[in-house]
Design a protein around this ligand. Structure first.
Ligand SMILES: [Zn+2]
Length: 267
């Protein structure tokens, strides 16, 4: 057992070391350099989602830092179609920018940090105002898969309502602090998609390519489900059994990514 006096001395020494560290460092340490190919994919994701009508002037995409799981990377506050590699900023999981260099971060960055904290399986997060999903966040009809490419929705699509959070900022509906971000992350739970009432959605994936695919086909599914409801009568949804079988089946996602990236980056 460590003697209490020794423990106190050790604690003081640690505190001093920490104080000295913060006094001498001009900026907090940044993580190791990121492979430019990963940054290119993140830039491509921004532009792809804008071109596919998921993001407009608003909304954002992030990736977990490839070599530091306690950090994430996301563009400064900028319309996604305009994002370039030099706009990518690094954040810690409390959503503090590490070395902003005068760049302004997005207001709703807390969505990203709080999800990365709760979901170690998630390496990419998208927040969008994906228009076709909004009706499913304000009515009583749950979003369910109606097309095979959106079969991942079989696990259910929870709806988060900012009004359920006892926080003074909740009435303005934006996820502008950690408490609101945490509440949304808890509502998302282990799912790939959660709707945000009167606002949009959050989509997550094991990598940015999968998250982009989920975000695009969630928007497509919302349009098709609304069309099916408009036709009327019972709807023959994709079943849980089919969804689970497709989750385990052979995948050929690279084909779509190459197409989307070529269209978005012109190369
Ligand atoms: Zn938003």
């Amino acid at each position: 057992m460590i003697h209490p006096a020794r423990l106190a001395i050790a604690t003081v020494a640690l505190a001093l070391a920490a104080g000295l560290g913060s006094a001498t460092a001009q900026t907090p340490p940044t993580s190791a350099a990121v492979d430019p190919a990963r940054i290119e994919d993140l830039v491509a994701a921004n532009r792809i989602l804008a071109e596919e009508g998921v993001l407009d002037a608003y909304g954002h995409v992030s990736i977990r830092h490839p070599s530091d799981p306690t950090r994430y990377l996301m563009s400064r506050s900028l319309a996604p179609i305009l994002v370039t590699a030099s706009d990518i900023m690094e954040y810690d999981l409390d959503s503090n920018p590490i070395d902003p260099q005068g760049r302004r971060g997005v207001i709703e960055r807390f969505i990203h940090g709080e999800i990365y904290m709760l979901r170690p399986d998630v390496n990419a997060v998208i927040h969008s105002h994906s228009p076709a999903v909004v009706p499913f966040g304000i009515t009583q009809v749950p979003m369910r898969p109606v097309i095979h490419v959106a079969s991942f929705l079989w696990v259910g699509v929870p709806v988060w309502d900012s009004r359920d959070v006892a926080d003074p900022a909740s009435a303005a509906m934006l996820v502008r602090n950690a408490a609101l971000g945490r509440s949304l992350a808890l509502r998302l739970s282990d799912k790939p998609v959660a709707l945000m009432r009167g606002h949009g959605n959050v989509v997550v994936g094991p990598d940015v390519q999968m998250a982009v695919r989920y975000a695009i086909y969630t928007e497509v599914n919302a349009r098709l489900q609304a069309a099916a409801i408009a036709i009327g009568g019972p709807i023959n949804y994709i079943s849980a059994e089919e969804g689970a079988a497709r989750d385990k089946g052979e995948r050929d996602f690279a084909r779509a990514w190459e197409l989307w990236k070529k269209k978005a980056l012109g190369k």
